[in-house]
Design a binder for this molecule. Structure first.
Ligand SMILES: Nc1ncnc2c1ncn2[C@@H]1O[C@H](COP(=O)(O)OP(=O)(O)O)[C@@H](O)[C@H]1O
Ligand SMILES: [Mg+2]
Length: 248
């Protein structure tokens, strides 16, 4: 085998082994309650602003401090309503749904998969401030590109099942691979619910409304994760979202 290739495989194996060793209790975010995180997001003073690396809506990564704690937040001011956009009638992409997604997640006890989000003003505009999730190692797009497999397939499947149910519950149009983050313990975090909360009466991917282009479950490479790729494959790669920078 080629030396460089063998080295890369060894590095990937070590990385996977390290993830496997990291217990869930090591999460730094566990030190604060969700109420404390909400409070911090609402009141923390902004000391630094940068662009969030991925994404299409101009999301920001801001650093907040309350004098004792310093932590980052994802800030979104997007509040788009369009009659038709991305093949969808009554299109909405709004920071409000980030807050709504979190509130629902909190009620369902999913605060270990979805981070707190609050409504707050940013530069004169209403915005969502989401707790920046610690110890993210990659997103689902990276995982697939590197062909890394979770060390505990059962745990992974359980979390992806929760994701599927949550996305049905909020009728999420945008669970693309960059909205699935993976932390150092191989736990999944769900972000970016601005295109959720559609009001269709049928389940997503079923014989549903004409606006649902996600197709039947199982059409993509991972059985049972049918609409996982929707945004990336049908939106990003075909470049249908004009807000996307760069070539399709
Ligand atoms: N709470 C968060 N914790 C860590 N990273 C985040 C968080 N929110 C967003 N990101 C990162 O920022 C990127 C852009 O944010 P996202 O909410 O997906 O915006 P967009 O609606 O533009 O896609 C995400 O793909 C992810 O890499
Ligand atoms: Mg996103």
């Amino acid at each position: 085998m080629h030396k460089a290739r063998r080295g890369a495989i060894t590095a990937a194996t070590v990385l996977v082994a390290l993830f496997a060793l990291a217990p869930r209790s090591l999460r730094a975010a566990d030190a604060l309650t969700w109420q404390q995180k909400e409070e911090f997001l609402l009141k923390g003073k902004i000391t630094k602003v940068q662009e969030a690396k991925k994404g299409v809506t101009g999301a920001l990564r801001v650093t907040l401090t309350d004098g004792k704690l310093t932590h980052d937040a994802k800030v979104q001011t997007i509040d788009d309503y369009k009659q038709v956009f991305l093949n969808e009638a009554n299109f909405k992409d709004t920071y409000k749904f980030n807050v709504a997604g979190w509130k629902l997640a909190q009620l369902l006890g999913l605060d270990d998969m979805i981070a707190p989000s609050v409504k707050r003003t940013y530069e004169g505009k209403s915005a969502s401030f989401d707790w920046w999730i610690e110890d993210i190692v990659m997103d689902e797009e990276d995982r697939r590109a590197k062909n890394l497999q979770p060390p505990d397939a059962d745990a992974w499947e359980k979390e992806t099942d929760v994701m599927q149910v949550f996305d049905q519950l909020i009728y999420n149009m945008d669970r693309n691979q960059t909205n699935i983050l993976i932390d150092k313990g191989w736990h999944i975090w769900l972000i970016d619910h601005g295109r959720g909360f559609r009001v269709h009466k049928s389940l997503k991917g079923s014989q549903g409304p004409e606006t649902d282009r996600s197709g039947p479950a199982g059409q993509n490479e991972d059985a049972g994760r049918g609409h996982l790729d929707e945004g990336v494959q049908s939106g990003r790669k075909q470049g249908r979202d004009p807000r996307l920078a760069g070539p399709p």
